[in-house]
Design a protein around this ligand. Structure first.
Ligand code: KG4
Ligand code: ZN
Length: 385
């Protein structure tokens, strides 16, 4: 079964083709990061306009590249929410129009449930394409990330296996999902792709938001997460004792706003952002200390959830899962835990996770419901069990 997925919840326009819920034939992502960079954050109107300009040509391109016509697609899938409502609307209304005109089922997908499903996808390298949309503004710096963070490769099937044979499932149900993105930080017990039991979430800022805000305090540019990671390289994570909010209390919930405030105070006490930035070692120490505080809280909370749930399997998903220190921290904080991190191309927003999960929802959505509407605050419980 071939599903065409559409994702437009924030600042990435993405179109994907996924076969039988796991094999990625195409996963094309048009990143708007440079369009928003000079504003220091996502501008919802610019995001929606760019989705509108890009989406239909990207769908055409994906089908043409694979020598397919619309009738070769069995169903469409689209992110219904949560996200920026204007951005979501472009995806949802486009998907509705196409599904109605072509008489295809339309499967709505929850964005976070999609992230949680991302470890199950596989495909070969050529399936992934990243298009960085250029701004007209010559003053905007190009995004630079460490090479290993550049999302260029899809997960490969086991060496020697024919590409059409799905690799073994990377996780056993139930496992713990840690969602760490720009808008969400949650712990979820995953009983099946469609049975998700949220057990904790942030009470204020998301982990990615904290990275972005500290990057802004230090004037490191946008998006902040990758830039803080780059600057933290070689720094001493114990240089400054930043707080670990709610690490030993608050159940499975998180809080990152106090850490942001403490970082702000630290930067001020050190003489301000310009002073810190002018001293490479000092900048590395501040970034590494902040990064370690976030990582330790995430790992310790995940550890408690694993222990109380009787599982040793963890999936870490969402944009912050690209972070190299978070990836290596499992061995330090959670010895004996088997943690699965999708490749960076599947950590950040993409339509493959939407098309993949839709396969497991197909029986609930045999038609195209024209009353379907984008929902900025879509709760996870809306997912049919
Ligand atoms: O999942 P995502 O692409 O979009 C949302 O659904 O929010 O996550 C984006 C977030 C941003 O806050 C970005 O700064 C953060 O992920 N991020 C990182 C890294 N790469 C992306 N945070 C820390 N280290 C990274 N390498
Ligand atoms: Zn996301």
């Amino acid at each position: 079964m071939l599903i065409l997925g559409i994702e437009t919840s924030c600042d990435e326009t993405s179109v994907a083709l996924v076969e039988d819920g796991r094999r990625i034939l195409a996963n094309v992502v048009a990143s708007q990061v440079q369009l928003h960079a000079r504003f220091g954050g996502v501008v919802p109107e610019i995001a929606a306009r760019s989705h509108m300009q890009r989406l239909i040509p990207m769908i055409d391109d994906v089908l043409n590249t694979h020598g397919l016509v619309f009738d070769d697609i069995d169903a469409l899938a689209v992110t219904l929410g949560p996200g920026l409502v204007g951005a979501l609307l472009i995806g949802v209304e486009t998907a509705k129009a196409l599904a109605f005109a072509r008489r295809k089922p339309l499967i709505p997908v929850h964005h976070i449930a999609g992230h949680l499903y991302s470890p199950f996808l596989y495909g070969n390298d050529s399936a992934y394409r990243l298009i960085v949309l250029e701004t007209e503004d010559p003053q905007t710096e190009p995004l630079s990330r460490p090479r290993e963070s550049v999302p260029t490769a899809m997960p490969r099937p086991a060496a020697g296996a024919p590409e059409t044979v799905a690799p073994d499932l990377p996780l056993h149900f139930p496992y713990i999902g840690l969602v760490v993105s720009g808008g969400h930080t949650s712990l979820i017990r995953v009983h099946s792709p469609t049975q998700l039991e949220p057990i904790g979430e942030t009470v204020d800022d998301a982990a990615g938001e904290a990275f972005d805000k500290v990057a802004k305090l230090l004037d490191l540019g946008y998006p902040g997460g990758p830039r803080v990671e780059i600057c933290a390289c070689g720094g001493n994570p114990a240089a400054f004792p930043l707080p670990r909010p709610m690490m030993h209390g608050g159940g499975y919930d998180f809080s990152f706003s106090g850490l942001k405030t403490a970082s702000m105070k630290l930067i001020k006490d050190l003489g301000g952002a310009d002073k810190v930035r002018s001293d490479e070692k000092l900048l590395a120490d501040v970034c590494a200390s902040f990064q370690e505080a976030v990582v330790e809280v995430l790992m310790k909370k995940a550890g408690t959830a694993l222990k109380h749930s009787g599982t040793r399997e963890l999936a870490v998903v969402g944009g912050v899962a690209c972070n190299g220190r978070l990836r290596s921290a499992v061995a330090d904080y959670l010895p004996g835990v088997r943690a699965v991190f999708p490749p960076p191309s599947l950590c950040t927003d993409n339509a493959a996770m939407i098309a993949g999960l839709a396969y497991h929802l197909r029986d609930h959505y045999p038609g195209c419901d024209l009353a379907m509407n984008a929902s900025a605050g879509l709760p996870l419980s809306l997912l049919p069990a």
